[in-house]
Design a protein. Structure first.
Length: 758
């Protein structure tokens, strides 16, 4: 590979490259026969809902309540949603892919029953065949599993003062206000009139209340309009496994001091560490002095600032960043001193206050925390949803650790089947907007649990709660020996006094990725968080090309791989490769394509195409927590392939596959195994010795698809494409010249390194 000294090219969008999608058509699909017996069966299910809410409707027959439709597995695609059946009882959310929440009252249930008896359309009749079951929302399903499990233990006494209630959002301000008033009244009748309403933005709303016993939790869950009852989780710093090392003091190399600021929300960076103190430009303290433990945050900060040099990882350019130090997490290690905790509600408020003060100047934030007991397998966690709201509202990028397994539950590699779901990610690592980071081993030994570059035995895995790719990327976080010692298997960092120590954890792989992102972001002349995120993940995928080829399941553990150490390798090209950035927008009902991509002539031999192609697609779709596993409301998909003209028709086939293809029959398979609706997608193909037969040309195409009944005006996306020639030919010039000949305007992705060189 040649030197990385050529600029990445940003290709400007042409208006004529936007095209209208062909309108959908055809008869509605039936999943069975519509018989009188089926009509009676479904009508009776609605009548049972009417009976269930009889007492409620006697109080007020117009007050909204909630029913749940379960659809057949094969009918969960948006084109089969029972919208016509729900014309009077509208869909207000979902939980699982097969479950749909509907708003009901006495009048709309009665009208729906009449429609079922006399179906008004073929679409309505087809909707009847999608239904597996229809039920009211029960008290039991509203209570979280964690709360139910501790209901008979002494642990319940520690959470009864921080019960968290969420209400159904009916998508209508009048209905929502009516339900809020109704629930407050019922809480008062239950003797629970002392409560607090907590709101963030338009969608995040909690009621927090103190209860006396678990019976009060059951009473709350039985109130109409309550969606869930849980408790605010508590957080404190992890118990570290620091080991002293005999490394000499380092820092003999020349560093470049950057003006880019990184926020660290943790236990506070030590003022006694002379290597870090000069770079702390601001601090907010929320933990009393007696409960402060700076070890964890100091190690994190030293990993950002000096991690490469400490761990003998070669880097061409050493940078030091400025820190905004948010002292939020109290000590959790009894060996260090008095322990304390903060709860989820307090943490949210600290994060919001920090953003209010610093988000305009500090765009990059490290959050290395997680709860072992808060595994994300079903729907989005509240803290994950909150972090998404924060990142959207303040235009910042969070880096979140995927979480650690505790010994002796460590995972081997390949992963043992017996571990089941115990190693799934923990809150808030399910945040869609955040870059979630896992850990791989930097070192191994004869008796280490895993080998070098394998997933660390403690690092948790994805996918995310709604099947999106998590972790996004991995980096070095350490290893363990079979006797659970870490001597010479961990990651080196600095302690509070500036001495070199060693530890392990995803807490330390996360700041390594935050540092790489900061280097990319700092290197851009025109700053753009979405583009920097896309560049980071694209680098990881191109660095880890063989990883996912070995086993598609590896993506659950590695994400898209490990990004390059040097920002210049990410932000520049060599002549034997070309990286193009398409930073475009797409409207609903349109698709975008480049119809005649200039595939380099050096990669065409003997009537065959050759070479290596990698693509990364990143976008920030609208999110809606009401819809559970349908949280992401837009899907964008890219394809790169060959077209052949057949008379007036054009036959087009994608030849660069998505990491997990979704060519199966049902929507659930597409989501679970193809990462449909995932806002980060990766595509890769190495065209081997056999080659691909030459067609009439190559084409790039990007499509956008909204969820059921969701409308959007415009969606921004970043698509990055890299072509590589394994034989080392100058394909860079060929592609650039080809784009120019086709009338495309390209601009350099300007970097500060280029400016310094000039």
């Amino acid at each position: 590979m040649g030197d990385k000294n050529l600029p990445i090219k940003i290709v400007q969008q042409k208006t004529i490259d936007n095209h209208k999608n062909q309108p959908g058509g055809g008869d509605p699909k039936c999943f069975g026969e519509v018989t009188p017996e089926l009509q009676v069966e479904i009508a009776e299910k609605f009548e049972k809902i009417l009976t269930h809410y009889d007492a409620l409707f006697s109080e007020n027959e117009l007050i909204p309540a909630v029913g749940k439709i379960t659809v057949k597995q094969e009918a969960i695609a948006k084109s089969h949603k029972p919208n016509d059946l729900c014309r009077e009882c509208p869909i207000i959310g979902t939980k699982d892919l097969t479950e749909i929440y509907i708003k009901v009252n006495k009048k709309t249930i009665t009208e729906t029953i009449n429609l079922i008896k006399n179906p008004p359309s073929e679409k309505f009749r087809a909707n009847l065949t999608t239904v597996e079951d229809i039920q009211p929302i029960t008290t039991v399903e509203k209570i979280s599993k964690n709360l139910e499990q501790i209901s008979t233990t002494t642990i319940f006494d520690t959470v009864k003062n921080k019960i968290k209630i969420k209400l159904f959002d009916f998508g209508n301000p009048t209905d929502n206000e009516q339900i809020m008033v109704y629930v407050k009244g019922k809480l008062a009748q239950c003797g629970l009139g002392k409560y607090e309403v907590i709101t963030y933005g338009d969608k995040i709303k909690f009621i927090t209340v103190k209860v006396n016993a678990y019976d009060d939790v059951v009473k709350i869950a039985s109130i109409n309009g309550v969606k869930s009852v849980d408790f605010f989780q508590t957080y404190s710093l992890p118990v570290d496994n620091f080991e002293n090392t005999d490394l000499p003091t380092f820092l003999g190399n020349e560093y470049f001091d950057s003006e880019t600021q990184i926020g660290i929300i943790d236990g506070g960076i030590s003022d006694d560490n002379a290597f870090l103190k000069p770079y702390i430009v601001a601090r907010e303290t929320y933990v009393p002095k007696e409960y402060q433990n700076p070890n964890h945050a100091t190690f994190i900060a030293s990993t950002i600032q000096y991690g490469n040099e400490l761990n003998k990882i070669k880097s061409n350019f050493l940078q030091r960043f400025k820190f905004v130090d948010i002292v939020a997490m109290p000590n959790g290690d009894e060996k260090f001193g008095p322990t304390d905790y903060i709860d989820e509600k307090e943490l949210m408020e600290i994060i919001k206050e920090s953003m209010d003060t610093y988000a305009s100047s500090t765009k990059i934030w490290n959050l290395s925390l997680g709860l072992v007991d808060d595994i994300c397998t079903e729907t989005m966690s509240d803290l994950g949803i909150f972090l998404d709201y924060i990142q959207d509202t303040y235009n910042v990028q969070f880096f979140v650790s995927i979480g650690n397994l505790a010994p002796p539950l460590f995972r081997k590699w390949p992963a043992q089947k017996s571990i089941g779901e115990r190693d799934r990610l923990i809150s808030p690592a399910d945040s869609v907007r955040a870059v979630t980071v896992g850990s791989i081993a930097r070192h191994d030994s004869v008796n280490s649990i895993v080998k070098q570059n394998e997933p660390s035995p403690f690092s948790r895995r994805g996918p995310g709660a709604n099947y999106i790719v998590k972790p996004d990327v991995v980096d070095y976080g350490g290893n363990f020996s079979n006797d659970f010692s870490i001597n010479d298997l961990g990651i080196k960092g600095l302690d509070a006094q500036g001495k070199v120590i060693e530890d392990v954890g995803t807490s330390y792989s996360t700041p390594r990725v935050a540092q790489k992102f900061a280097s990319i972001y700092d290197g851009m002349v025109e700053k753009n968080l979405l583009l920097a995120k896309a560049m980071l993940i694209h680098s990881a995928r191109m660095n880890s090309r063989s990883l996912l080829d070995e086993n598609q399941d590896n993506i659950k553990y590695f994400g898209f791989g490990i990004p390059s150490v040097n920002a210049q390798d990410i932000l520049m090209c060599s002549e034997d490769e070309i990286t193009l950035v398409f930073k475009n927008k797409i409207d609903q009902g349109l698709y975008w394509e480049m119809p005649d991509f200039p595939f380099p002539q050096s990669l065409i031999r003997d009537g065959k195409y050759y070479g290596e192609i990698g693509m990364t697609l990143v976008y920030a779709p609208p999110l809606d927590e009401r819809y559970g596993k349908e949280y992401c409301r837009i899907n964008i998909d890219a394809s790169f392939g060959i077209y052949k003209r057949k008379g007036e028709k054009i036959d087009y086939r994608r030849f660069v596959p998505l990491e997990n293809a979704w060519d199966k029959t049902f929507e659930q398979t597409k989501v679970e195994h193809g990462f449909k609706w995932s806002p980060v997608k990766s595509y890769y193909r190495s065209i081997s010795e056999k080659g691909i037969a030459v067609g009439d040309g190559w084409k790039i195409r990007v499509n956008a698809l909204p969820r059921n009944d969701f409308d959007f005006s415009v969606q921004e996306f970043v698509l990055i494409i890299t072509l590589k020639d394994p034989d080392g030919n100058d394909i860079y010039s060929e592609v650039i010249n080809g784009l120019r000949e086709r009338g495309y305007v390209t601009n350099n992705l300007e970097t500060r390194q280029q400016i310094r060189q000039r």
